[in-house]
Write a protein that binds this ligand. Structure first.
Ligand code: B3K
Ligand code: ZN
Length: 850
């Protein structure tokens, strides 16, 4: 039986901490089954406190002893921790506790991965290490001593002393406990250094397990690029003598920004041409930058409480997106970011899990590391920048760092900095933080006597717990093109603040074609009925690269929707337009490759649902296949030549230019594959000397049902490489035909290499199933049942991952009655599972009732 519904925590209930901390000294006596943690903490009553109650969080700890100012005491154990009678003056608190890292399968707190010790403390893992006020507004400098048999013993800050079997570290920058880190193991480092803008030499170390040294060069370069970029663009200099990254095989997410000691999932840092795809390289570069940028936006200025999570995450995502745009192609990066936003955040915002960028309440904070907090949060920063302009943005950021350095700040502090530095009133803009849901902006236009009028109407559908929606402050970027394709009005920002507003453009010679929401200037859904001709015109002529791509995407969407509903599809218009674009050699290959990637099946399902049509996942799948087939036939004569032009003859480099060529080559092979039954894919597989092409070719062989030999060969070559084997698992699921997807997953789940307790491997299999919508939503319901079986199995072992993956079921209300009933039955079965975690219980409850 499940426990009673867990109690939510409310933003409105925030009170300042009763005690502050001057210093923390921790000693770790490492042992896999019985690690001792001795903490010595100097507490001071907080003059601003509203309560004097002394409370320390603690979870799964065995208390050995506790003293106050050297005198042994017996604390009172309460829910989630302990309390004690303490002096109303500064005092020294000491405890010794015992923990068992080896038994920690939740991968939160101190745990073991492949024989090495590591930690993950955000959000609330530190309380599984020792008793502590585990809340981000309690910041302190830490001294750490580690004793153990491992050759490498690491913690935050600067190394102060070490000897045989011990090491000491000091982090002078006050930090909340969630940024604490410890690593111990048999590790080797790639060493480098960076000279900061004020001439300080910083040691850089990227620690990996012996054997992985060959995969560290790219990550190190990305780190140095990030350090330089943050100095040049944000004026932010690094602030310790050493910066370290450690790669860990068992990790719940991508990486963690612990002060001076970032811990990374191996998948987010290890890279080599033979084992990593271009997409992997790009993701690794972005994550390394993201974690590094947190040093200022997250660590030096942290969050007052977890309701402010987007303060650090939205801003840091925005910064890493800017960085990637500078390192690679701005247009291509923006298109990829928007595609990800639509794929994950719009899906969330338009379903039962919709929530505010600054939530009012939560049950389990780990469930709120979401696309809304991260990616929508980043869009909010981008909109503020658009509204105030680049210079004012830079000034506001300077003020932010000046005013809040060393503090635990709030989203309100952030907005206030913009108001104070620009003089603008952002009261209305604040709604973006408090109102969930994706606004719709419907556009109509009018042309009379040389005056062009655009009328914008906005509305936001209700979301769980928020029925009434107010108009948002939307920066709406617009440009106008002449019928001959010239731009007559360059990009302007219209500020839409009311439910309906009209904007006029005068003195035009002919009715223009509008290019709307350029650069995707706001995270909204644009509603405009326009002809295939207008879309084709914009695809050919728009000067805004995002909108050029968007025109092709909307046209493809119109075709696909029509193929699904059986209406007349504007197929010819699409094929002609796309052919012109694909053959336009003035365009970046990466950009052309993006136009070959059709709108996702999930995106189409949501679009149909929004239009009042119940989506049929099989029909959507078939529509996509039909369109690719039509494209292949239409381009038949051009394919071999166009592909040959994309051959990269220089040695492999993971840069944007080469990656773009490979992406377009593979996009074209996807088409050719439908005509030649896998022949070209086999040739490519046999000659490929890098993972991008090898994996691409393998995928197409699977698609052509000719993959068996290559799959076996791939496994043989890479069976000792976990990250590549993850690809081997997910590719088979991703490319499985809908009728077979569940069976493929079931078979792979019995493979001896399926180590289900490893988050990467679990996601490789079950994450891929959710990414194959026609397979997951197969009418047999088999995939629903299999997915639920495994989430029930995983939940007691690793609740964070299980809870996160329940979102595969979040779209259940979109579908027909049979599918709804089957999905609902599985959601309820998971919810009623014996001992269901608080994490999963919250997610499933919201999915079911939201
Ligand atoms: N701050 C971490 C995420 C922690 C997730 C805790 N469940 C990584 C990041 O956003 O950089
Ligand atoms: Zn982050």
């Amino acid at each position: 039986m499940k426990d009673a519904a867990p109690q939510p925590i409310y933003l409105a209930d925030y009170t300042p901490p009763a005690f502050l901390i001057d210093t923390v000294e921790l000693t770790f006596l490492l042992n896999p089954t019985a690690t001792r943690v001795i903490s010595k903490i100097r507490f001071t009553p907080n003059p601003n406190a509203t309560s004097k109650e002394f409370f320390l969080h603690g979870e799964e700890l065995t208390l050995i002893r506790a003293t106050i100012d050297g005198k042994e005491i017996t604390p009172e154990f309460v829910e989630d921790g302990l309390t004690a009678d303490v002096p109303d003056a500064p005092f020294t608190w000491e405890t010794e506790v015992e923990i068992a890292p080896e038994d920690n399968t939740a991968l939160s707190g101190l745990y073991m991965s492949n024989g090495m010790y590591c930690t993950q403390c955000e959000a609330e893992g530190f309380r599984r290490i020792t008793y502590y006020p585990d809340r981000p507004d309690v910041m302190a400098p830490f001294k750490v001593r580690i004793e153990g048999t491992d050759p490498v013993l690491l913690s935050n800050g600067n190394p102060t002393a070490s000897g045989d079997g011990w090491a000491e570290w000091h982090d002078p920058w006050p930090k909340p406990a969630y940024l604490f880190a410890l690593v111990a193991g048999d590790l080797v480092a790639r060493d480098d250094s960076f000279t900061t803008m004020s001439g300080k030499e910083v040691d850089l170390k990227l620690w990996v397990r012996p054997g992985d040294e060959g995969k560290t060069a790219f990550g190190m370069q990305a780190l140095k690029d990030s350090m330089k970029w943050d100095e040049e663009v944000y004026g932010r200099e690094y602030d310790l003598d050493i910066f370290q990254i450690v790669a860990v095989s068992d990790f719940n997410m991508g990486a963690m920004e612990n002060k001076g000691l970032n811990i990374f999932n191996t998948s987010a840092v290890l890279a080599s041409p033979e084992t990593s795809t271009d997409a992997n390289f790009e993701r690794i570069e972005a994550i390394i930058a993201h974690e590094y940028f947190h040093n200022w936006t997250g660590n030096r200025i942290t969050c007052r409480d977890w309701f402010q999570l987007s303060l650090k995450e939205g801003l840091t995502v925005f910064r890493d997106q800017q960085f990637s745009g500078d390192m690679r192609s701005k247009a291509v990066c923006r298109i990829n970011d928007v595609s990800a936003l639509r794929g994950r955040q719009f899906r969330e915002d338009n379903g039962p899990l919709a929530h505010q960028v600054q939530p009012d309440s939560f049950v389990e904070i780990n469930n709120f590391y979401t696309a809304t907090i991260y990616e929508k949060g980043a869009e909010l920063i981008g909109m503020m920048k658009t509204l105030v302009g680049d210079d004012a943005y830079a000034k506001a950021l300077d003020l932010y760092f000046e005013r809040h350095d060393g503090e635990a700040a709030t989203i309100e502090d952030w907005v206030k900095v913009f108001e104070d530095s620009t003089g603008r009133d952002l009261t209305h803009f604040r709604r973006w933080y408090k109102q969930a849901g994706t606004p719709r902006v419907a556009v109509s236009d009018d042309w009379k006597d040389g005056t062009y009028t655009l009328t914008l109407r906005q509305s936001t559908p209700p979301t769980p717990g928020q029925d009434e929606k107010l108009p948002q402050h939307i920066p709406f970027a617009v440009g106008l093109l002449n019928p001959n394709g010239d731009e007559v009005v360059s990009t302007q920002i219209l500020e839409l603040t009311e439910a309906e507003q009209s904007f006029t453009f005068e003195g035009l010679a002919a009715k223009p074609v509008p290019s709307l929401l350029r650069h995707f200037s706001a995270p909204v859904i644009l509603e405009r009925d326009s002809s295939p001709e207008e879309r084709a015109f914009l695809l050919a002529h728009d000067t805004d690269p995002f909108n050029k791509w968007e025109a092709g995407r909307t046209l493809a969407k119109d075709v696909l929707v029509a193929l699904v509903t059986g209406e007349d599809a504007p197929l010819e218009a699409y094929l002609d337009a796309i052919t012109v674009m694909l053959r336009d050699e003035s365009l970046d290959p990466a950009f052309r490759a993006l136009t070959l990637g059709l709108p996702s099946q999930d995106d189409l399902a949501q679009t149909l649902f929004d239009a009042g049509i119940t989506p049929d996942p099989q029909k959507i799948y078939r529509a996509q296949q039909t369109l690719w087939q039509a494209m292949a036939e239409h381009l038949q004569d051009h394919l071999p030549r166009m592909m040959a032009e994309m051959d990269v003859t220089e040695p492999f480099a993971p840069n944007a230019e080469q990656a773009g060529k490979r992406a377009l080559g593979l996009g074209l092979l996807n088409l050719l594959n439908r005509l030649d039954g896998g022949a070209a894919a086999q040739t490519l597989y046999d000659k490929a000397d890098n993972m991008t092409l090898r994996l691409g070719a393998l995928g197409y062989l699977l698609q052509a049902q000719k993959g068996d030999a290559a799959l076996a060969d791939f496994r043989k070559q890479f069976e000792d490489d976990d990250l590549v084997m993850d690809k081997w698992f997910s590719l088979q699921v991703y490319h499985a035909v809908p009728d077979e997807a569940a069976d493929v997953v079931e078979k792979l789940s019995k493979d001896p290499a399926f180590n289900w307790k490893n988050p990467n491997r679990f996601r490789a299999l079950f994450g891929a199933l959710a990414m194959n919508p026609a397979g997951f939503h197969h009418s047999s319901g088999k995939a629903y049942e299999l997915g639920a079986d495994w989430l029930i199995k995983l939940d007691p072992v690793n609740p964070q991952i299980a809870a996160r993956m329940t979102s595969a079921f979040e779209t259940w209300r979109r579908y027909d009655a049979d599918r709804q009933a089957m999905m609902k039955a599985q959601i309820e079965r998971m919810l009623n599972a014996e001992g269901i975690s608080r994490d999963s219980q919250e997610m499933l409850g919201r999915i079911l009732n939201g």
